[in-house]
Design a protein around this ligand. Structure first.
Ligand SMILES: [Zn+2]
Length: 120
């Protein structure tokens, strides 16, 4: 049985670094909305307590669209979107982790769940 582990990750240039505790055996979400369909992110949503930004707060640029409930943050140096911030239904402060940006991840081993964000 797998269990949550602490993983490190971040952007391409190394300015933005974080650690996050999650179980990679659980499927990541791929979404076809106007944002995810373009950026190709594989997302895992975690409560803010499971996430710690280690460095790069001053390198993050904010981007909002649609209902502006999610803060799509990307590194202004390299442009990589390694995570996003938002509030889940129910009011829980949440981080959306781009699994592709974790250091130790075997992407071929990640199962995915397709979410039809385009139709929402
Ligand atoms: Zn960067």
């Amino acid at each position: 049985m797998s269990e949550p582990k602490t993983h490190t990750g971040g952007c391409h240039c190394g300015k933005v670094r974080y650690e996050v505790t999650l179980d990679l055996a659980e499927p990541a979400i791929t979404c076809n909305c106007s944002m995810c369909g373009r950026s190709g992110t594989m997302l895992r949503f975690v409560p803010v307590d499971a996430f710690k930004l280690l460095s790069g707060a001053d390198s993050l640029t904010d981007y909002h669209f649609n209902q502006k409930v999610i803060n799509h943050q990307f590194c202004r140096v390299c442009g990589i979107k390694s995570f996003a911030s938002g509030v889940a239904p129910g009011g829980v402060e949440t981080r959306a982790i781009n699994v592709r940006c974790l250091d130790d991840v075997d992407l071929s081993a990640i199962s995915t769940h397709a979410y039809d964000g385009k139709s929402k």
